[in-house]
Design a protein. Structure first.
Lengths: 405, 200
């Protein structure tokens, strides 16, 4: 969900207005950047069912996958299931964004058990597992939990990797995605502090940190909010999804998929959107030509979240090294789109060849309110090659598998 | 898909079921009715409050009821009476209670709005974007509450709390929306909203 926020810039105006004795008149956060012509738009963000919903109450029979594939409910009772990470002993870790927990899903003999392993965290959306350690990115810091799979019932307090990651301390895109890079460094986003505002040096970026040293580095700049990234297994390049701004109309700008060809590249925000569309305000005196264009335009407001290159062996060979992207689905659009997992085919040279929806059926009525009964958030390739998909709207994990014909 | 593949698919499905992905019970309205007996002491019969400071929850959207109980339980929202009650409830309890209250019928409001506030209210509700999320009739939807016919003192306290940043909401939207309101606006809106008949 791309709830824009009261931004630092807006707060500055707010403070000035107060100082001058005028009534405070900051726009509601999600409306920041909305033109007067759209003043009475009834578009609004959706919220997850924070207590979860039972799969049997939901039309899971509407889910569709290509011929030969199969989709089923794999685990439920994981309220606000967001990011996914896989442990070495088979544990599947699941995070929260608005809630405060990290869960572990473990198979014990004949039963699959959901345990709450960490509680009381501050927007712990980002989780990554590497060499026995679970890393958790909260709003302001990253913490490590060593050897957690051996002590899921008592994982302890964790050790700080780095803090100071919430520079504005304002509502905004403060939740983080977290992934361990092939270089042994942790990669995470710091989102823009509002819909369309001038970010600070630490914001609208993807950064990385060496967990042993705690030193931060810029990886990508001008990234409004990325809540999904992974490395191309063939080229080792970082790819990421990005959310475009709101309130520029139903079809503009596109949310995007990007490739980071050089460390520190700038992807345009807030000056230029989707590589070719100057912002009406911030882009007035800039050119899109100085910014890195997207590898693929994904659709306006479609809300791409978690993404993974498919490295498993269960799916047919043509799926190898494809990208799967969880599309959380639009709210800032009169006809809704997304609410699926999309397959993107990338060739040997790292160019996008084609893309198409892969797992569909969550969208019920594109003009409904709500239009969907479930919302994909993240994808995870399991050891057997099956694909897990999280759904924060209901607190359910789905498993997509393939049976040879 | 061949018959062989279909059989194989069935076998895989059976294996997954046999592993016993522990299923979650659905929301149970009747269980909710029993669990709600304690609520009536303050929230009134079937969740129709008769106390101007206590909200009516009859006919509120189910997701709103479960979300607010969740926020009380988790400590985001605090109240000396509600916090201890919510502390002991499971997610299943919250869903049962939500199913029960959402199906109850809101009683017509006892509150009569001042004529000048009833006249000024609709324009204010548009100007400050209330209708955009709470709906054109202010009946609420999804996680967003019905305001029509809500108790006036409760509305006043919530709007003032949002403006002061002391009333939690899940995404910060109401906090920032309330920033734009003067206390005079809040008083007019609360009086206007409390007099709207949600049942008509």
């Amino acid at each position: 969900m791309r709830v824009a926020a009261v931004a630092a810039a807006v707060m500055a105006v707010f403070t000035v207005a107060q100082a001058q004795g005028q009534p405070a008149a900051a726009p509601p956060s999600w409306q920041q950047g909305k033109p007067p012509a759209m003043g009475e738009s009834t578009l609004h963000p959706f919220a997850p069912n924070l207590t979860g919903r039972a799969a049997k109450e939901l039309p899971t029979d509407k889910l569709r996958v290509p011929a030969g594939f199969k989709v089923e409910v794999w685990a439920e009772g994981i309220p606000e299931a967001r990011s996914l990470a896989r442990g070495e002993k088979g544990t599947v870790f699941v995070s929260n964004r608005l809630s405060k927990n990290v869960y572990a899903v473990v198979d014990r003999g004949a039963t699959r058990e959901v345990k709450t392993v960490l509680t009381g965290l501050n927007a712990p959306n980002g989780i990554a597992f590497s060499r026995g350690t679970l890393y958790v990115a909260e709003r302001d810091k990253i913490t490590r939990y060593d050897g957690i799979e051996a002590r899921l019932d008592n994982p302890g307090e964790g050790k700080l990797v780095v803090d100071g990651l919430d520079p504005s301390q304002q509502p905004g895109h403060f939740w983080k995605y977290l992934a361990m890079g092939p270089d042994g460094k942790l990669y995470f986003n710091i989102g823009a502090p509002g819909n369309i505002v001038m970010p600070s040096y630490m914001q609208a970026s993807i950064m990385r940190v060496d967990p042993g040293k705690g030193v931060l580095e810029n990886v990508a700049l001008g990234v409004r909010n990325s809540v999904g990234f992974d490395w191309n297994p063939r080229t080792k390049e970082l790819w990421f999804t990005n959310h475009g701004r709101d309130w520029l109309g139903d079809d503009s700008p596109n949310d995007t998929l990007h490739r980071v060809a050089s460390k520190g590249a700038h992807f345009g925000y807030p000056f230029c959107h989707q590589g070719d569309t100057p912002d009406p305000e911030y882009g007035k005196h800039r050119s899109c030509s100085e910014f890195a264009p997207p590898a693929l335009k994904l659709g306006a407001h479609i809300a791409p979240l978690g993404m993974k290159f498919y490295t498993g062996k269960m799916f047919p060979p043509e799926y190898r090294n494809n990208i799967f992207i969880a599309m959380h689905g639009s709210w800032n659009r009169s006809t809704k789109q997304g609410y699926n997992v999309t397959r993107v085919v990338v060739n040997d040279k790292g160019k996008v060849v084609k893309s198409a929806p892969f797992l569909t059926g969550f969208l019920q009525n594109e003009r409904g309110d709500p239009p969907m009964w479930g919302r994909p958030v993240d994808v995870l390739v399991m050891r057997d090659g099956a694909l897990l998909v999280s759904d924060d709207y209901n607190g359910i994990l789905y498993r997509v598998s393939y049976a040879k014909r | 898909m061949s018959a062989w593949a279909a059989r194989r698919g069935a076998a895989i499905a059976f294996a997954a079921l046999a592993l016993g992905a522990a299923s979650v019970a659905g929301a149970d309205r009747e269980a909710g009715r029993r669990k709600a007996e304690v609520c009536a002491a303050c929230h009134g019969p079937a969740g129709n409050s008769v106390d101007p400071a206590v909200p009516s929850i009859a006919g509120q959207p189910a997701q709103f009821v479960s979300t607010e109980l969740f926020l009380f339980r988790e400590g985001n929202r605090k109240d000396p009476r509600m916090s201890p009650i919510a502390a002991g409830l499971s997610n299943g309890d919250l869903n049962d209670l939500a199913a029960y209250f959402a199906a109850e019928k809101p009683a017509p409001p006892k509150h009569g709005s001042a004529p000048e506030n009833a006249a000024a209210g609709p324009a204010l509700a548009r100007k400050f974007n209330c209708v955009q999320c709470h709906g054109p009739e202010l009946l609420g939807q999804q996680h967003i509450p019905r305001l029509a016919g809500q108790q006036p003192d409760y509305l006043l306290a919530q709007l003032r709390g949002f403006k002061a940043g002391t009333r939690a909401d899940i995404d910060g939207n109401m906090t920032s929306a309330a920033h734009a309101l003067s206390d005079q606006d809040i008083q007019v809106l609360a009086d206007y909203l409390a007099g709207l008949n949600a049942g008509k």
